[in-house]
Design a protein around this ligand. Structure first.
Ligand SMILES: [Zn+2]
Length: 171
């Protein structure tokens, strides 16, 4: 790579909140990859992962590694592509498995939050009585959708004296 800046470790940047740390015992490592051993400049990787890559480039191996680090930190596709300096389509060709979930994640509106501010349980079918029960099992506050589903089931129970036939899903 052709990095021209020399970061000062322990500087303001490194102490910044949200600074993405790349674990390193030494700044340059050999890493085994499917293509064999490659040399990575981890300081360059860390700077790039934190949006500090300006006027210098990463090797493609460093760029891939920086992308992996940023994916782990939950950064979006477009941010990662920008920080490592490759196009979105290049990034997608490197991480084909990543492309779909991340694109979905970006397209999805933010999930509603529960009263306590926590995210509804991922994977649970919220808005169902099953979702409500799952919240209870996990000792969470039920989210608004699950509360509505439970309330609908309760209304059914009061009217018919049974949960049989009660709506499972909030309309
Ligand atoms: Zn829920």
């Amino acid at each position: 790579m052709t990095r021209r800046v020399t970061p000062v470790m322990g500087s303001l940047q490194a102490g910044k909140r949200d600074w993405i740390r790349v674990p390193m015992a030494v700044p340059t490592v050999w890493m085994a990859t499917p293509d064999g051993l490659v040399c990575l400049d981890l300081i360059a990787v860390e700077l790039a992962a934190n949006g500090m890559r300006q006027g210098w480039t990463l090797t493609s191996d460093e760029a891939r590694y920086a992308a992996v680090v940023m994916f782990r930190h939950g950064l979006t596709y477009s941010v990662i592509a920008h920080r490592i300096g490759v196009s979105g389509s290049t990034l997608k060709s490197w991480f084909p498995g990543k492309a779909v979930p991340d694109a979905e994640w970006m397209a999805r509106p933010r999930a509603p939050r529960t009263a306590s501010g926590q995210q509804p349980t991922l994977g649970a079918k919220c808005g169902t009585t099953q979702g409500y029960k799952r919240h209870r099992r996990r000792k969470e506050l039920a989210c608004a959708l699950c509360k509505a589903a439970k309330a609908a089931a309760n209304r059914h129970y009061r009217r018919h004296g049974t949960y049989v036939g009660a709506p499972e899903v909030v309309a």
